[in-house]
Design a binder for this molecule. Sequence first.
Ligand SMILES: NC(=O)C1=CN([C@@H]2O[C@H](COP(=O)(O)OP(=O)(O)OC[C@H]3O[C@@H](n4cnc5c(N)ncnc54)[C@H](OP(=O)(O)O)[C@@H]3O)[C@@H](O)[C@H]2O)C=CC1
Ligand SMILES: O=C(CO)COP(=O)(O)O
Length: 324
Amino acid sequence: MIGGGSWATALAKILSENGARVSWWMRNKADVEHLRSTRHNARYLSSVQFDLTRVTPSTDIGEVVKDADWVVLAVPAAFVKEALDKLDRDAFKNKRIISAIKGMIPGRNELVTDYAMERFKVTRDRVGVVAGPCHAEEVALEKQSYLTIGSPDLALAEDFCQRLRNRYVKAHPAADLDGIEYCAVMKNIIALTAGVAHGLGYGDNFQAVLVANAVQEIRRFLYALSPQPRDLSASAYLGDLLVTAYSQFSRNRTFGNMVGRGYSVKSAQMEMNMIAEGYYAVKSIYELNKDLRVNMPITTAAYHVLYEKISPAVELEILKEKFR
Ligand SMILES: NC(=O)C1=CN([C@@H]2O[C@H](COP(=O)(O)OP(=O)(O)OC[C@H]3O[C@@H](n4cnc5c(N)ncnc54)[C@H](OP(=O)(O)O)[C@@H]3O)[C@@H](O)[C@H]2O)C=CC1
Ligand SMILES: O=C(CO)COP(=O)(O)O
């Protein structure tokens, strides 16, 4: 498990409680020591107690990865390069790589699985993603949740599903790696914009129209990038969009809400203490779309607000006229 935040903690709980031995990389020594001495992650889902006969935390990423059959990437996308920097190019040889990250590598505007495949010479049949509407906080509370494992290799996806299924987690395999991964990135932009609208005083009626228009925006973008039949009403796509746009736990919605209420981007980020992937995703998707030229009014509005300092109220007025 690579990453010490909420999602890494939730996945480490599910996997270890199912009997997996989890070597767990965190960047801070103090967090490793805290987990070793108290059996809890200090700052994320700190109510979850770990069985230390199955969970071994470390700050040494090479050691963590060395004997693993599966590598689960769960750091925010912006820190993936830095986190994996110390690993040799063949560190993932003969391993299967699962990205639980719903973001893109900033600057490269690349999906995390694409980055991992290129950097570590991993073939496409050895990668997958964890997707679906699932907040880490609800995993900690053992609330009924659904995950989708996307991979071109359905046997790999099913294998990982089996490691996740338990009393409160259902998991399903799916073949559409790119569509699922891009949608997981884009729903963060929508949730962030929903938060901005809420912060400005827009209500549920507007949010419903925003989300409906977002489905069309996501469909157009996915069709331009990866045209293949896919059912966007499935929970890995629409379900994830809904939970992020509506949930009290959503980092992206919370961040957007602060921006809508007048916080600067910097102060919203500082106040949050967690990472809203949508902030980075907006830039990557906006830049990718310079070539694709898909009609993406929501992404464009979010980009203008976050990166061009255009007033959220002005951008929402423009967006309002574009929605049907
Ligand atoms: N949380 C959730 O419910 C879900 C999250 N995801 C995805 O999981 C991924 C991880 O997010 P999540 O676990 O929520 O993150 P959190 O916001 O819970 O935690 C942030 C993590 O990022 C680390 N971090 C912060 N700044 C830096 C930095 N400069 N360099 C390196 N690491 C840094 C933090 O480390 P430190 O504490 O040491 O600062 C911490 O481990 C994201 O892609 C997210 O979209 C997917 C599904 C559900
Ligand atoms: O992807 C998520 C739930 O499925 C988490 O979304 P947030 O980052 O908005 O909290």
